[in-house]
Ligand binder design. Structure first.
Ligand SMILES: *Cc1c(COP(=O)(O)O)cnc(C)c1O
Length: 392
């Protein structure tokens, strides 16, 4: 088909041509001065993207690798973690915790609202012996489109003077939401390259506080591929990737960081995501007036800037809609997850390398597909999106 396909998935996301071009650069000697300069530059600039986390470790993996890498640095086998269950991704993280031989306590799953803070409070309050070593939370749960406010979780730890680390999965929220790393003392912020960072899948990150690094230093098993202390050894830069560095990905990351700087830093990137997500939400609100769909996230202030999950009314087939969007209107959107799987929901990503005409075009494509399928919609969704952009 002519023209570009629009990718509106909640990851992987669109990649700017400049970033893609970096993958065509030839190999250099990774021990030589040229590569060292680029590697040092990238690792010097990454902490700002992670809102000030002092130490940033990167793995050649998707986000699951940083999940595992983090667990191996902060707990010993048999130790306990508390997971605030907010949906599919946090659930899978919990499965990993147990599979690796750590103890897991979870709070009841919340899929239309942020994490169950009361249950977290109860768990911490009951843990006088401080068996819980860390609290795990997905900031934006990509399966539900819900963002959890992290401040009440910090407050719950403070209330009981509980020393557990706060470990945040920010795979979908990096670059799309304000990450209060310093304000809330977030100990580990985990992310991956293929969402807000506008890169292909393949790199993951753990941004680590001084306290979390001290724990990793105590636990540190010499020789572990995942160990943070050796990866942060700047006297031997090749150790940053525990072996041969992914040179082209590092070149590409430098370009992505340049683009973030050109946008006014991560704050500028977050502001753009907020603006575009507001426009998308304005359109979804009008669509929902037809009674065929609704926001999965019940509370307006918990609707994520990265992705919106829409619940479809009975009788509306989300998979048919997705196929129509993709095959006839060149817009790829995500399918529903959890109880919205099998066509009972759709997820529209609005993150990554995205601008105003792209989001408007994608919304128009999806609406046209819904019209073809006879899905009842409120009138004027595109107008509402344009009005939102015009006033922001
Ligand atoms: C995408 C995503 C993941 C999974 O990331 P992978 O790179 O596929 O491992 C985990 N958590 C959240 C919140 C995500 O958005």
């Amino acid at each position: 088909m002519s023209g570009r396909d629009f990718i509106q998935l909640p990851g992987p996301t669109n990649i700017p041509d400049r970033v893609l071009e970096a993958y065509r650069r030839p190999i250099v000697d990774f021990g030589g001065p040229k590569f060292r300069e680029i590697l040092d530059d990238v690792f010097e600039r990454l902490p700002a993207v992670f809102s000030g986390s002092p130490h940033v470790v990167s793995y050649i993996s998707n986000g699951h690798g940083a999940w595992e890498g983090t667990l191996r640095n902060i707990v010993r086998p048999g130790e306990k973690l508390l997971l605030a269950d907010t949906g599919m991704f946090s659930g899978r993280w919990g499965d990993m915790v147990e599979g690796l031989g750590f103890k897991l306590q979870t709070t009841p799953a919340r899929i239309r609202e942020g994490a169950d803070v009361e249950a977290v409070r109860d768990a911490l309050g009951a843990d006088a012996d401080h068996e819980i070593k860390a609290l795990l939370i997905a900031h934006t749960e990509t399966s539900t489109g819900v963002r959890t406010d992290l401040a009440p979780l910090r407050a719950a730890l403070d209330e009981f003077d509980h020393p557990a680390l706060i470990v945040v999965d920010a795979i979908a929220s990096l670059g799309t939401e304000v990450l209060p790393v310093r304000e809330l003392g977030l100990d580990v912020v985990i992310s991956a390259s293929q969402k807000g960072l506008m890169m292909p899948p393949g790199l993951s990150f753990a941004a680590v506080s001084d306290r979390a690094l001290e724990i990793a230093q105590e636990i540190h098993e010499e020789g572990s591929y995942w160990a943070w202390p050796s990866r942060l050894d700047v006297s031997a830069p090749y150790r940053r990737y525990g072996g041969t560095p992914p040179e082209q990905a590092v070149f590409a990351m430098q370009v992505a960081l340049d683009m973030i700087d050109e946008e006014g830093g991560v704050e500028g990137v977050i502001a753009r995501h907020e603006r575009l997500a507001d426009a998308a939400r304005a359109a979804f609100t009008v669509w929902s007036e037809g009674g065929a769909l609704e926001f999965n996230a019940i509370h307006k202030d918990e609707r994520a800037n990265a992705v919106t999950a829409l619940r479809l009314a009975d009788g509306i087939d989300g998979e048919l809609l997705r196929a129509m969007c993709r095959d006839r209107f060149s817009v790829t959107i995500g399918g529903g997850m959890l109880d919205m799987a099998d066509g009972r929901g759709i997820r529209i990503g609005h993150l990554g390398d995205l601008n105003e005409p792209m989001i408007l075009g994608a919304l128009a494509g999806v609406e046209t597909a819904m019209r073809v399928l006879g899905i009842p919609l409120g009138a004027g969704a595109l107008d509402a999106a344009m009005a939102s952009l015009a006033s922001s």
